[in-house]
Design a protein around this ligand. Structure first.
Ligand code: GDP
Ligand code: IMO
Ligand code: MG
Length: 416
C-alpha cells in the first residue's frame, strides 16, 4: 500500500508550487487537489508555453498522470469548464469529487459586496466567491457537486436558499437568479461535468491499495490558512498539510514525504500583516525581477525578505520533510540579502509567530549578495555567497532544503 507525497505552500501563496508539482508529476501516477478553489493560480512553464492552472491539478500537463479534485475544494462549474477547454482528452484522467462544494456566481457577488462594505478593512480577496462558498458549506446550506446531476432538484433548493436569505441579499445587491435560467445553467454544467463526477474518496483508497504513486497538491499557503494564518486576512480553507486528509478522505498515516514550498524571499497579495515587507526600492526590485504580479487577479504582489520565524512555524504545522527553495535567481544582483530572524513586539524580541502579527516588526540579519544563479542546475556551481545563504536558511529553519529552483523552467531545478 502506497503513501501519498504532499506539496504545501509555506508562505502567503504563490511560492512556486505549480512548478514543483509539475516537476514531481513526471514520476507520479496521480495528482490530487485537496483545498481552495479558483482563487489559486499555479503557473507552469514548459519551453515557450506558459500555463496558468486554477483548479485542475498541475499533473494535467503530464499525459500519464491522472488528476483528482477532492471533496475539500469549492468548485465553480462555470470557471472549471472554461479551464478544461485548454486540454483535450480529459475523460479517464480527471475525476471530481461528488462531495466537493459548488461555487455559483452569487457567491462571487456576495464576496465582492462584503469587501466593498468592509472599506479599508477589506481582506483583499480574489473576489471569486471563495469565502461565501466555504461559509455555506460550514453553515450546512451549501450544495455538493453530486447534486448537479439532478438539475431540477438543485434549482428548487437554490430558489429556497434565496427565499431564506432574501433580506440580506437585497441589502447586498445580490441578484436572485431567474429560475428557468438557473435550471438551464445547471443542465449545461451537468452535460459537461457528469462524466467526471465520482466518489473520489473510494478512489483514493483504491489507488493506495494498488500501490500507485500519489502526489497531493496544496493551494495557497500556510500563512493564509483559516486557523494557522494571519486571521482574518486569510483564505477560507485548511491550506496546511492536515487539510489533505479531510480534503481527500485519507488518514494521517497515508501521508508520505511532505515538501514545503517557499520563495528565497517573500510575497503576499491582498491585505494583512507582512512583517518582512520592504516598501522601498529593494521591495520594488524584487517585484520587478520576480515578475510579482498575481496569476489569478494580476494584482502587484507585496514583496519583502525571507521570514525565518514564519517559516519555522510553517515547517512545524505541516510536518515538512524538505523545503523547495524557489526563485533564488530573483535575488541575483542584490548587494545584500536580508532575512527576518526574529520579531519585535512591544519592545520585546520573540522568535515565534504570535496570535496577532499586526504589531510585529522584523529583526534582520544580512548576508552578502551574489551575481548570478539563474539557470544553475548544480548546487556546487552556485556562487559561494548563495550557498552560504541557503545553508544559513537551512540551519535557521532546521529542515533540509532539498530542492532549489533557479528559473521558471521545469529543468532549472537543483535536487540535493
Ligand atoms: P504557485 O501559486 O505557488 O503555483 O505560484 P505562482 O505560479 O502563482 O507564482 C510563481 C511564479 O514564479 C510563476 O510565474 C512561476 O513561473 C515563477 N517561478 C517559479 N519558480 C521560479 C524560479 O525559480 N525562478 C523564477 N524567476 N521564477 C519562478
Ligand atoms: P496560490 O494557490 C496568493 C489570498 C488573496 C487574499 C486572501 C483571501 O496561487 O498560491 P480569497 O479569494 O481566497 O478569499 O482571498 O487570500 N489568496 C492567495 N494569495 N496565492 C493564492 O493561491 C491565493 N489564494 C488566495 O489574495 O489575500
Ligand atoms: Mg499562485
Amino acid at each position: 500500500m502506497s503513501k501519498a507525497d504532499l506539496i504545501v505552500g509555506l508562505q502567503w501563496g504563490d511560492e512556486g508550487k505549480g512548478k514543483i508539482v509539475d516537476h514531481m508529476a513526471q514520476t507520479h501516477d496521480y495528482v490530487c487537489r485537496f483545498a481552495g478553489g479558483h482563487n489559486a493560480g499555479h503557473t507552469i512553464v514548459i519551453g515557450e508555453t506558459k500555463y496558468a492552472l486554477h483548479l485542475i491539478p498541475s499533473g494535467v500537463l503530464n499525459p500519464k498522470a491522472k488528476n483528482i479534485v477532492g471533496n475539500g475544494v469549492v468548485l465553480s462549474p462555470k470557471d472549471f469548464i472554461k479551464e478544461m477547454q485548454q486540454f483535450d482528452n480529459l475523460e479517464g484522467r480527471l475525476f471530481l469529487s461528488d462531495k466537493a462544494h459548488v461555487l455559483l456566481p452569487y457567491h462571487a457577488q456576495i464576496d465582492q459586496a462584503r469587501e466593498r462594505m468592509k472599506g479599508d478593512k477589506a481582506i483583499g480577496t480574489t473576489g471569486k466567491g471563495i469565502g461565501p462558498a466555504y461559509g455555506d458549506k460550514i453553515a450546512r446550506i451549501g450544495h455538493r457537486l453530486g447534486e448537479i446531476l439532478n438539475p431540477q432538484k438543485l434549482t428548487s433548493k437554490i430558489v429556497d436558499y434565496f427565499a431564506m436569505n432574501k433580506p440580506v441579499f437585497d441589502a447586498m445587491g445580490v441578484e436572485m437568479p431567474i429560475e428557468s435560467e438557473l435550471l438551464a445553467e445547471l443542465e449545461g454544467y451537468k452535460a459537461v461535468l457528469a462524466p467526471f463526477i465520482t466518489d473520489t474518496t473510494q478512489m483514493m483508497w483504491d489507488i493506495m491499495d494498488e500501490d500507485k504513486k500519489i502526489l497531493l497538491e496544496g493551494a495557497q499557503g500556510t500563512m493564509l490558512d483559516i486557523d494557522h494564518g494571519t486571521y482574518p486576512y486569510v483564505t477560507s480553507s485548511t491550506t496546511v498539510s492536515a487539510g489533505a486528509c479531510s480534503g481527500l478522505g485519507i488518514n494521517p498515516k497515508d501521508i508520505g514525504k511532505v515538501t514545503g514550498i517557499a520563495k528565497a524571499y517573500c510575497t503576499r497579495v491582498g491585505n494583512g500583516p507582512f512583517p518582512s515587507e520592504d516598501l522601498g526600492e529593494e521591495g520594488a526590485k524584487l517585484r520587478k525581477n520576480g515578475h510579482e504580479f498575481g496569476t489569478t487577479t494580476g494584482r502587484p504582489r507585496r514583496c519583502g525578505w525571507f521570514d525565518a520565524v514564519a517559516m519555522r512555524h510553517a515547517v512545524r504545522v505541516n510536518g515538512v520533510d524538505q523545503v523547495a527553495l524557489m526563485k533564488l535567481d530573483v535575488l541575483d544582483g542584490f548587494d545584500e540579502v536580508k532575512v527576518c530572524v526574529a520579531y519585535e513586539v512591544d519592545g520585546k524580541e520573540i522568535n515565534y509567530v504570535p496570535y496577532d502579527l499586526e504589531d510585529a516588526t522584523p529583526v534582520y540579519q544580512s548576508f552578502p549578495g551574489w551575481d548570478k544563479t539563474e539557470g544553475v542546475r548544480d548546487f556546487e556551481i552556485l556562487p559561494v555567497t548563495a550557498k552560504t545563504y541557503i545553508l544559513a536558511l537551512e540551519a535557521m529553519i532546521g529542515t533540509k532544503i532539498g530542492i532549489i529552483s533557479t528559473s521558471p523552467e521545469r529543468e532549472d531545478t537543483i535536487i540535493r
